[in-house]
Structures are given as structure tokens and as C-alpha cells.
Design a protein around this ligand. Structure first.
Ligand SMILES: Cc1cc2nc3c(=O)[nH]c(=O)nc-3n(C[C@H](O)[C@H](O)[C@H](O)COP(=O)(O)OP(=O)(O)OC[C@H]3O[C@@H](n4cnc5c(N)ncnc54)[C@H](O)[C@@H]3O)c2cc1C
Length: 387
């Protein structure tokens, strides 16, 4: 696959270097890790050593001083090699960004060097069982008790809580004037008393697991609150836009991996006179996938550029569109790849069938395709809000 011409030479060199690392691990490595119920620690450590995990974080805290553009390139290339690191979406992209932009000096010193060198990770929890896509309805609530906060609520589908040192939890505090609940972000250490997690049995074959969380009167110190109690929504979106861009990168990586397998197979496999790739019924859908991947990447690059340039509003629309396009491109590429391999598409040896489930994740999380269509109808096109 050609390096995209719209990227700088540094970006292209970064792509090539990450691709070389990815190639050393690849899908076989991830399959082994999942089978052994382990975690991709070796790849995580190697990526950390090369400065990849904190490439978007400030240099003064050990990061690379780059942006989401670089971080998304790294995730996409690891995914294209068959070995994506999902925790990159939450730890450096969401949590690192929010702490770097809105954390106190003390929070930055405590967390950023570890997030940047990969020695510490942070999960991110917003989804609630009774709120789902409607995050305005979340009820996890923080109340003051002296200088402390007491946090109570439930979360669901939160990834990587077992391996993360802490989880950045989206809760609410009561506005003293209006009585309305305002969104606020809290750092909750993994072993905080009253913070329980239960693994959800998913059909996904991935090393990162999902958890239901119960926060039962979790007592947190005053400095567990990240950022300003009164600017919660703005701070939240500062983290959610990188999450969407990184989810696009995750999807694009998987789509490219699947497409490459299918193309290689279609060139080799002959059951008539010529390879199956000579049949347009096989070639055209693969060509279309390639086009869709390239288009989605363009939108991802636009979103990353806007975000890194400080245009949160513009980045919001582009990040939603990039995630939408990349998730759809991924679902279609994986489906077509499985089909291209015929019976082999469903064997463990070729390892594509399990991607059918994995490729669906980005259509649902972190925000479903319908909610993006709602956003674009309402925000971009000015159509009436339907919900
Ligand atoms: C593998 C995985 C990992 C995840 N990791 C995390 C994590 O780390 N942290 C975290 O906070 N969350 C995480 N999530 C949760 C994810 O963000 C939610 O699943 C997602 O936001 C959708 O919420 P829901 O599952 O409650 O679906 P629901 O909100 O119940 O939606 C169900 C369906 O209804 C549709 N729908 C809902 N409202 C509307 C509407 N107004 N108009 C049209 N259609 C609508 C949706 O599009 C969807 O198709 C993860 C989910 C998965 C599957």
C-alpha cells in the first residue's frame, strides 16, 4: 500500500518505522496472546521504547511533543500489521490529552511521564447501563465530603480496567445554583475501596477485556478531579475527539490488514484458468474497499490536523465523519476479505473470521453510526433534532 502523499516526510518515515515494528509481531503474535489470555506486553514495551505511546504528549513530561496525527499513524500501522494496541485509544489519546490540557501541574507530573513511556496506563469510563448512547443521562454522581469526593454509580463495557493503573471516570457533580448535574472527570485508582469490576463475557477475540464497574461510595481526594468543575463538557470533548480519530485509525488498520490478506490470496488462488483475482466479482469489491479506506484516511487526517491545530469544533465534525467512514470501510473490507478466501476465510489458520466480530466494534463504540448520523443531520445540516 502506498504511503499517503498528503503526509510530511516525517510522517511517512514514522509509518515505515511503525510498520517494521508491526511486522516483527503481526497477527500470529496477537492470536497467541489472546489464546494464552495474556496481554501484548512485549509489543507495548517495544512501542514505548521507540517513543510511540506518548508521541502526542508534551515533551516536558517525556512525550514526543507531537499530536493525534502522529498517534493515529502509529495505531493504524500496528493494526495494518495485524497487531493493534487498543489501549492507545484510551490511555495516551483520551486520558493523556485531557490531563495534558486540563490537569493540574501535580496531576501532570503524577501521570504524564508514565502514560508517555507506557509504564502506566489509564482506562476511560463514560458508558452506563441505563444511559448508553445518551451520555446526558449518566447518573454516576460525586458529592463533596469535606475536601474529599464520594463517587457512586455504575459503568459498563469499560475496556482494560484490569490492566490500567486507574480509570478516568466521567461523573457528575451537582451545580450548587441550579441543582443540575454537570459532567466532571475523576481519576479512580484501580484498587480504590468500593471500586469493583466484573468482566463481561464478550464474543470478541482481543487481549483487552470489557468490564462492568460498580462505584460504591468511592472516596477520592480533592485532586482526583481533573480540570475545572465548571467546564466539564468542554474538557470531555477534548478527550472524545482524539478517541474518535483513534478509533478511525484502529478501523483503518484492521481494514488494511484484511484487504492485504484478501489481495494476496486472490493473486495466488486459481480454481479455473487464472487466479480468482482476475474475476471482477472478486477484484471490484476489493478495489472498492481500497478506495473507501483511502477516503476514510483522508478524513482522519483532516480531523487530526484540525484537532492538533486547536480547532476543537471543526475537529468534532471531522472526527465523527472519519470514525463513521473508517468503521464502515472496515466492516466491508473484513466481510469481503472473508468471502474472498472462500472456506479458508473461516479457518483459524487464516485468522480472518474473528475479525468479523472485531470489525463491528467501531460501528458501535465509542459512538454508534446512528448517533453520528444524528450529529451530522442536526449539527452539519441543520435538520430538526429527532430525539
Ligand atoms: C468492545 C467495546 C469496548 C468498549 N469500550 C468502552 C470504554 O472503554 N469506555 C466506555 O466508556 N465505553 C466503552 N464501550 C461502550 C460503547 O461506547 C457503547 O457500547 C456505545 O456508546 C453504545 O451504547 P450502548 O451499547 O448502550 O447502545 P445503545 O445506546 O443502547 O444503542 C443501541 C442501538 O440503538 C441505536 N440508537 C440509540 N439511540 C439512538 C437514536 N437517538 N437514534 C438512532 N439510533 C439510536 C444505536 O445506534 C445502537 O445501534 C465499549 C463498547 C464495546 C462494544
Amino acid at each position: 500500500m502506498n504511503a499517503p502523499v498528503l503526509e510530511t516526510e516525517e510522517h511517512q518515515a514514522l509509518r515505515a518505522a511503525v510498520a517494521a515494528l508491526g511486522k516483527r509481531y503481526g497477527r500470529d503474535y496477537m492470536t497467541r496472546v489472546v489464546r494464552d489470555e495474556g496481554h501484548p506486553d512485549e509489543l507495548w514495551a517495544d512501542a514505548a521504547k521507540l517513543g510511540y505511546l506518548g508521541v502526542n504528549l508534551p515533551e516536558e513530561y517525556g512525550g514526543g511533543g507531537g499530536g493525534i496525527a502522529e498517534l493515529s499513524i502509529i495505531l493504524e500501522e500496528l493494526g495494518a500489521a495485524g497487531s493493534p494496541l487498543l489501549m492507545m485509544v484510551v490511555s495516551p489519546a483520551i486520558c493523556g490529552t485531557v490531563i495534558a490540557r486540563f490537569g493540574t501541574e501535580a496531576q501532570q507530573q503524577t501521570w504524564l511521564p508514565g502514560l508517555a513511556d507506557g509504564s502506566r496506563t489509564m482506562a476511560f469510563g463514560i458508558t452506563e447501563p441505563d444511559a448508553g448512547s445518551n451520555s446526558h443521562r449518566i447518573t454516576t454522581t460525586a458529592r463533596r465530603d469535606g475536601d474529599d469526593w464520594i463517587l457512586t454509580g455504575r459503568k459498563v463495557f469499560i475496556s482494560g480496567v484490569d490492566i490500567a493503573d486507574a480509570t478516568l471516570i466521567v461523573g457528575r457533580t451537582e451545580d450548587a445554583r441550579t441543582g443540575k448535574l454537570k459532567p466532571c472527570l475523576f481519576i479512580v485508582p484501580r484498587d480504590a475501596p468500593g471500586f469493583a469490576r466484573h468482566r463481561i463475557d464478550m464474543e470478541l477475540q482481543a487481549p483487552e477485556k470489557q468490564f462492568e464497574l460498580v462505584l460504591d461510595e468511592v472516596r477520592l481526594p480533592a485532586d482526583a478531579l481533573v480540570g475545572d468543575e465548571d467546564a466539564g463538557l468542554l474538557q470531555l470533548f477534548a478527550g472524545l475527539n482524539p478517541e474518535r480519530i483513534m478509533t478511525a485509525a484502529f478501523s483503518l488498520g484492521m481494514a488494511r490488514f484484511a484487504l492485504a490478506q484478501a489481495v494476496a490470496y486472490a493473486k495466488e488462488r486459481s480454481v479455473w484458468k487464472s487466479p480468482i483475482g482476475a474475476h471482477q466479482a472478486i477484484a471490484h469489491p476489493l478495489a472498492q474497499s481500497h478506495i473507501e479506506i483511502e477516503l476514510a484516511r483522508l478524513m482522519m487526517q483532516k480531523a487530526a490536523r484540525l484537532y492538533d491545530d486547536g480547532d476543537d469544533l471543526g475537529a468534532g465534525e471531522a472526527a465523527n465523519m472519519a470514525k463513521f467512514a473508517a468503521a464502515d470501510a472496515c466492516v466491508k473490507a473484513v466481510d469481503q476479505a472473508v468471502h474472498t478466501l472462500g472456506g479458508n476465510g473461516l479457518t483459524k489458520e487464516f485468522g480472518l473470521a474473528s475479525l468479523i466480530v472485531a470489525s463491528r466494534v467501531a460501528r458501535i463504540a465509542p459512538v454508534s453510526r446512528e448517533m453520528i448520523l444524528n450529529f451530522v443531520s442536526h449539527q452539519s445540516l441543520g435538520l430538526p433534532k429527532s430525539y
